[in-house]
Structures are given as structure tokens and as C-alpha cells.
Design a protein around this ligand. Structure first.
Ligand code: F6R
Length: 242
């Protein structure tokens, strides 16, 4: 596992964007797994800048997002589809047909989960997966549980996660209780993984990645088994490991 400790959030965002840009320059038709939440916002702003000022070209890129809230439509202001459209997709030249975010509204949960996995496979698998990390160690919305769930599935959000994400809604009551998320296996199949963490509130979760054992109660601990993981942390998030 490669660990980069950056001075602050701005440096972290630049470094992360640089890794994504290098992947796209190496392989124009890269398949990138994107995350939402507060952490990657600076990286997305930097990628937009690189597209506008340096010609970083997303025309052949395919994207798969990690997760979506169950019950929110693509045009709901708090849906992850809407987030990605506003924060990145509408401002770069990625083709709409190459964008994939799990649907928040569906009839047949099993069918949509199966279909999402099939779409990733048809695209040739994910070259670079971006991850944030929850304060409870979740990746995607794989919450701490007694067992790992391998593939895309519907999950009940942990109370800690709903509380942390209430800042994006007008009240905690509005935060959906369920989400559709890639599974631990879907994430681990990515050829390389970039995990970003910023701030003191993530320091404990970051430390737990290195517990030396793989524990489904600390979902991110599974990353210890992946051969190509890079952590990009700011000093506060790294404060308990350095
Ligand atoms: C988001 C996701 C989550 C977040 C995590 C951290 O798509 O899958 O795992 O990465 O909850 O969120 P922030 O960055 O808001 O602290």
C-alpha cells in the first residue's frame, strides 16, 4: 500500500486529480470508479480545471459510481447522480452514455444490482477506483457488518453514516435509510484503488485500515489484500499513523 501524506486538502485534491489524469493519459478509454461525498469535491474541481486549461480529455472515459441513495431520482438535488452531474460530468467532455450511477429508483432490486455488475464487466472492469472512507470505516456504502457482501446490493445505512451525511440535507430525517452500493468484491476487482481521506474525523478510520487483520466490522481493512492501493491523506487524516 502506498501512502501519500499531503500538507492540506488542496494538495490532496491536486495529487488525487493528478493520479486520475495520469490514468487517462496512459489509457484514453479508462474505466474510472467515482465516489461522492465531501472528500472528492476538490479533486473534481481540479479535474475540471485540467480539462478546461490543459485539454484533459474524457471523451473515451467510462465511469461507474460507487453508490446511490434508494428512493432518490436522478434529478433529486441530493441524489448522487445529481451531485456527479453538477460537480463533474456537466463540465467535462465525458459522453452521457458512458456515465453509470446505480439507480435509486427501481422495481426489481436484484435485477438492477445484477445489471450494474454486468455493465462493469462489459466495460472491461474498473481501471482506477476512487474511494472516500466513512468515520466508521465504510467504503462505498459497505457498512460495518458481520460479513462482507461481495457484489452490488441494497444496504441499510448505519446511523453514524446518516448523521454524517445529514449536512447535505435540510434535516437528518430526510437522509434516506437505504442505499444501493457496489460490494466489497466489486471494489476489490478494480485494477487499482485510490483512497482519499481528509480531516481529523477520519484519522481513526484510516488507522484501522492497518489493523493487520481483515475485519468486516472495519470494511476498509479489506484493502490490505489489494495489490495496488494508494492512500492520499492530509496531515490530519494521517495523524494517527505517522
Ligand atoms: C460516497 C461513498 C462514501 C463516502 C464516505 C466519505 O460515494 O461511497 O463511502 O466516500 O462516506 O464521505 P465524505 O467524503 O463526505 O466524508
Amino acid at each position: 500500500m502506498q501512502i501519500n501524506v499531503m500538507k492540506d486538502y488542496q494538495d490532496l485534491s491536486r495529487k488525487a486529480a493528478d493520479c486520475v489524469a495520469q490514468q487517462i493519459k496512459r489509457r484514453a478509454n479508462s474505466v474510472i470508479g467515482f465516489a461522492t461525498g465531501g472528500t472528492p469535491v476538490g479533486m473534481y474541481a481540479e479535474l475540471i480545471r485540467m480539462h478546461q486549461q490543459e485539454g484533459l480529455d474524457f471523451q473515451q472515459v467510462t465511469s461507474f459510481n460507487l453508490d446511490e441513495y434508494v428512493g432518490l431520482s436522478t434529478d433529486h438535488p441530493q441524489s448522487y447522480y445529481h451531485f456527479m452531474w453538477e460537480r463533474l460530468f456537466s463540465q467535462i467532455n465525458i459522453l452521457p452514455e458512458n456515465i453509470h450511477v446505480p439507480p435509486g429508483i427501481f422495481d426489481d432490486a436484484e435485477a438492477v444490482c445484477r445489471q450494474y455488475e454486468a455493465q462493469i464487466e462489459q466495460a472491461g472492469g474498473i481501471d482506477l477506483q476512487i474511494l472516500g472512507i466513512g468515520q466508521n470505516g465504510h467504503i462505498g456504502f459497505n457498512e460495518p457488518r458481520d460479513t462482507f457482501t461481495v457484489s452490488t446490493h441494497i444496504t441499510e445505512l448505519a446511523e453514524k453514516t446518516r448523521k454524517a451525511n445529514a449536512r447535505f440535507f435540510s434535516s437528518e430525517a430526510e437522509v434516506p435509510h437505504r442505499a444501493i452500493t457496489m460490494g466489497i468484491g466489486s471494489i476489490m476487482k478494480a485494477r487499482s484503488i485510490l483512497l482519499l481521506a481528509s480531516g481529523r474525523s477520519k484519522a481513526e478510520a484510516v488507522k484501522q485500515i492497518f489493523s493487520g487483520r481483515v475485519d468486516p466490522h472495519i470494511p476498509a481493512s479489506v484493502l490490505q489484500l489489494h495489490p495496488h492501493v494508494m492512500l492520499i491523506l492530509d496531515e490530519e487524516a494521517a495523524s494517527l499513523i505517522v
